[in-house]
Design a protein around this ligand. Structure first.
Ligand code: FAD
Length: 379
């Protein structure tokens, strides 16, 4: 364990949240290792939006030039009525967002964002095939145990292991996630399959009880992504390998605008993912163990802020640990938690409502947040 300025930090999970935290903590001078259960990273067919609040964090991690090159930056995002196609709200993005919030709003392939983050963490700091099973508090730190018998020691452990977090379960018990009764069909596919169908740069088609979001994921507009929220109360599987039945998907949107139907017709395959969430948690930490991202504030994807807030967590956590002595790690974790909980709880609550007017009212506070400069509460 370290005795100098930097702490030995073990992060469980190399998702977007875990890698962003690793990158921020390495930059701050800590000795960081990330433990990921998967044997290798897989590029899954999904898009992801990163609002200016996330891009401000990614900028300081050195990723802005790379992301600007690989991501799509539309001038606006449309909200349309499911059947008539009437535009109910055009959300200005592009230069407007940059001027207003100091960073761009980017749409990209999820695999590209993940690879960009991974490129900021030396390969010998990411340990694949490391399935975390439990931790033990020790006098000066934490011992982490893995399924293959490995045990590593650290001054501080961070559970960035997603919505079913094993770290969270050991800290707070086995409370089940809430299945929303809805599934997301999602896929990316080559835009030339569209055969000339006119596509908005980015659009959410709002139905009475379902919606579909469609956008490009690169600046060449050569790849299209869509994601739905579709009622299906009897399905509760969250797995990247779960294949969606295209006939069921198309029939769920059969009375949507002809353009939506044409896009679904053009798509060759889609994955299907149960949408689950948790209520905001009262505590995030134990003794020198804390959580970040979906492990402590999972949310529905309706504000596109789950990964964005996970990325913010890493920046704020690294700031809370700045200049801290070993004996004050828990106080620093309290500062991190107090700084982050109100914001993430609010976004969780608004996101679950999936109400266009309520989402619109949150934009200012969500996008203007700057994780590197927001004042931190005192201990
Ligand atoms: P995860 O991505 O779940 O990563 C957790 C990692 O931990 C995984 O690599 C996992 O293998 C590993 N792990 C788990 N258990 C263990 C263990 N025991 N030992 C070791 N490793 C372990 N967010 C946005 O910001 N913008 C969007 O546009 C957006 N769209 C979305 C669309 C959909 C349909 C969904 C479902 C979500 C969307 N999100 C979006 C949310 C976003 O995907 C998540 O909030 C984000 O991926 C959470 O990152 P994380 O690192 O906390 O967790």
């Amino acid at each position: 364990m370290s005795a100098g300025t930097g702490f030995d930090i073990a992060i469980v999970g190399a998702g977007i949240g875990g890698l962003a935290a690793a990158s921020a903590l390495l930059k701050a001078g800590h000795n960081v290792h990330v433990y990921e259960q998967a044997q290798a990273f897989a590029r899954v067919g999904a898009g992801i939006q990163q609002g200016p609040n996330a891009v401000k964090v990614l900028r300081k991690l050195g990723l802005e030039p790379r992301l600007r090159e690989l991501a799509f930056r539309p001038n606006s995002s449309l909200n349309r009525q499911w059947d008539t196609g009437e535009v109910t709200w055009e959300r200005e993005l592009g230069q407007f967002v940059e001027d207003e919030y100091g960073a761009p709003y980017l749409y990209m392939h999820r695999g590209d964002l993940h690879a960009a983050l991974a490129s900021t963490v030396p390969v010998d700091r990411i340990h694949h095939g490391a399935h975390f099973v439990r931790f033990e508090s020790e006098e000066r730190g934490v011992a982490l145990h893995f399924a293959d018998g490995r045990c590593v020691k650290a001054d501080l452990a961070i559970g960035a292991d997603g919505i079913h977090s094993v770290v969270r379960r050991q800290l707070f018990g086995d409370e089940q996630v809430r299945f929303t009764g809805r599934v997301a069909y999602r896929t990316t596919f080559a835009a030339d399959r569209l055969g000339g169908i006119e596509l908005d740069s980015s659009c959410k088609w709002w139905g009475a009880d379902r919606h579909i979001v469609i956008y490009y994921v690169n600046p060449r507009r050569s790849e299209v992504y869509f994601v739905t929220s579709t009622p299906e109360p009897e399905f509760a599987v969250e797995s990247w390998s779960e294949v969606g039945d295209l006939d069921a998907l198309r029939s769920a949107y059969a009375d949507f605008h002809p353009r939506v139907q044409a896009i679904l017709e053009a798509c060759p395959a889609a994955h299907k993912w149960a949408l689950v969430e948790r209520a905001p948690m009262p505590r995030w930490r134990g003794d020198r163990v804390t959580l970040l991202g979906d492990a402590c504030h999972p949310m529905t994807p309706y504000m596109a802020q789950g990964a964005a807030t996970a990325v913010e967590d890493g920046a704020v956590l690294s700031r809370a640990l700045e200049g801290v002595d070993h004996s004050d790690i828990n106080s620093a974790l309290d500062i991190y938690e107090s700084a982050r909980k109100p914001r993430t709880a609010r976004i969780q609550q608004i996101s679950r409502l999936n109400d266009m007017d309520k989402i619109r009212a949150e934009i200012e506070s969500v996008y203007s947040y700057d994780a590197w400069n927001v004042p931190l509460p005192s201990a």
